[in-house]
Design a protein around this ligand. Structure first.
Ligand code: PLP
Length: 457
């Protein structure tokens, strides 16, 4: 239990939180009636709240704590770096050992054609950076009219103005006059929700060819890039049908556009491969990374650049873009220690061959539960579509989202964090979860589904 929660009881913490803290992605009025849950400590896959409850972190924080919570090695690396060089910038021809070492490590673990990295503080900043990079790329190539970036409905690419514009979340666009000009959204490969009478394979091809149709409609000479998450995370863990990515690859290879694989969630082992691009055999020109880069211990993001992108931008003179914290030495030290742990402990390989398949088998079996219309999981990211009339995919709970919220709240009472997206339950546990912890995790999910079902009947 930490010092603050010893001094202040939960009620006092909640009251001060409500008075002074404005939460992200939160209905503040509703929160302040309920009071925030106060997390005071974490270790491995377990969180501890201010009342001493232990809760299994089924979301790895926000899809990020891949190596698990409470790793001393990260704390030590950060402490040592702070004493050595707590801050210096990387602007104006300056560098430092941690940023060099991390850049080198990243070119080793990412796909072989990505050898240069631009650093920033988050996934959103990475995607903001990318908007300027791809447009500058085409400008430098003498094609300044290639400006439009194609993205997908229900995608999530961050909360900054450009990140939220690239994203395809209607609720986010409604606040603040988004999207910015030059962003075009096409269908997502969400067979369960939008596949109609088509088979998954037919629908995957149809959704991929939406890209081709959009390029034709907009004019290839106007399109700069296509951005997509290998598996859409925040949109509800949308696992594309097998036909989708090969067809997108065909289209990208035939058309003169850049391809951006947003690996902010899928990167650093989430799918049982180092990157979603490895898992699906993609060859992105640009690859935003964050989250699992430091396992969330300190904020850091980056844009991995294909050699031809870096070489083209180099010809354009100064790239007038950067953040005070681009390549922050202490965040780099945390990321280096994190990648070393992932490598040394063979965490990605274990997810691929042992704990990932073990969890997936148990998770997919939950598809038999009367409340579950579909269970999906790749590596260690999954979803359960809660449905009122399985196997009819067209029937939805009304209003959408209430059952998901109910299930999420029951889950928390059962000592398990699951996230609700509409009426889907989403999980993305720390990649270090053991078989015994997976058994415990699945039991909690079953108990939660049963309790949710009995509330509904
Ligand atoms: N891209 C994807 C795919 C994400 O899931 C997220 C965050 O969830 C982001 C970008 C934005 O990252 P951040 O929250 O670090 O700004």
């Amino acid at each position: 239990m930490n010092v603050l929660s010893n001094v202040y009881p939960t009620a006092a913490l909640r009251e001060a939180d409500a008075r002074h803290h404005w939460h992200p992605f939160t209905d503040t009025a509703a929160l302040n009636v309920e009071g925030a849950r106060v997390i005071v400590a974490a270790d491995g896959v377990w969180l501890t709240d201010s009342d001493g409850n232990r809760i299994l972190d089924g979301m790895a924080g926000l899809w990020c704590t891949n190596i698990g919570h409470g790793r001393e090695e990260i704390a030590e690396a950060v402490y040592a770096q702070m004493k050595e060089l707590g801050y210096y910038n990387t602007f104006f021809k300056t560098t430092h050992p941690p940023v060099i070492k991390l850049s080198e490590l990243l070119s080793e673990v990412t796909p072989p054609h990505l050898n240069r990295v631009f650093f920033c503080g988050s996934g959103s900043e990475a995607n903001d950076t990318i908007v300027r990079m791809v447009r500058t790329y085409w400008q430098t190539k003498g094609k300044p009219e290639k400006q439009t970036i194609i993205s997908r409905h229900n995608a999530y690419h961050g909360s900054t103005v450009a990140g939220a514009s690239l994203g395809g979340m209607g609720g986010m666009h409604a606040q603040g006059g988004l999207p910015i000009p030059g962003i075009h959204h096409i269908a997502q490969p969400y067979w369960y929700g939008e596949g109609g009478d088509l088979s998954p394979e037919e629908f995957g091809l149809w959704a991929a060819r939406e890209l081709e149709r959009a390029i034709d409609a907009l004019g290839e000479d106007k399109v700069a890039a296509f951005i997509a998450e290998p598996i859409q995370g925040a949109g509800g863990v949308i696992v594309p049908p097998d036909s989708y990515w090969p067809e997108i690859k065909r289209i990208c290879s035939e058309r003169e556009i850049l391809f951006i694989a947003d690996e902010v969630i899928c990167g650093f082992g989430r799918l049982g491969a180092w990157f979603g691009s490895d898992y699906y055999g993609l060859k992105p020109d640009l690859m935003p990374i964050a989250k699992g880069l430091s396992s969330g211990y300190l904020p850091i993001g980056g844009v991995m650049m294909a050699d031809h992108v870096a070489e083209t931008l180099e010809q354009g003179g100064e790239f007038a873009h950067g953040y005070t914290y681009s390549g922050h030495p202490v965040c780099c030290a945390a990321a280096i220690a994190n990648i070393n742990i992932l490598k040394r402990e063979g965490i990605v390989e274990r997810v691929a061959s042992d704990t990932g398949p073990y969890l997936q088998r148990k998770w997919l079996a939950l598809g038999e539960h009367p409340l579950v219309g579909e269970a999906r999981m790749v590596g260690m990211v999954g979803a359960l579509e809660l449905a009122p009339a399985k196997p009819d995919r067209t029937k939805r709970f009304e209003p959408v989202g209430d059952v998901g919220t109910l299930c999420r709240d029951i889950s928390f009472k059962n000592g398990l964090v699951m996230r609700a997206v509409r009426d889907s339950m989403i999980v993305s546990p720390p990649l270090v979860i053991t078989r015994e912890e997976i058994d415990d995790f699945i039991e909690r999910v079953e108990k939660t589904l049963d309790a949710t079902l009995s509330e509904l009947t």
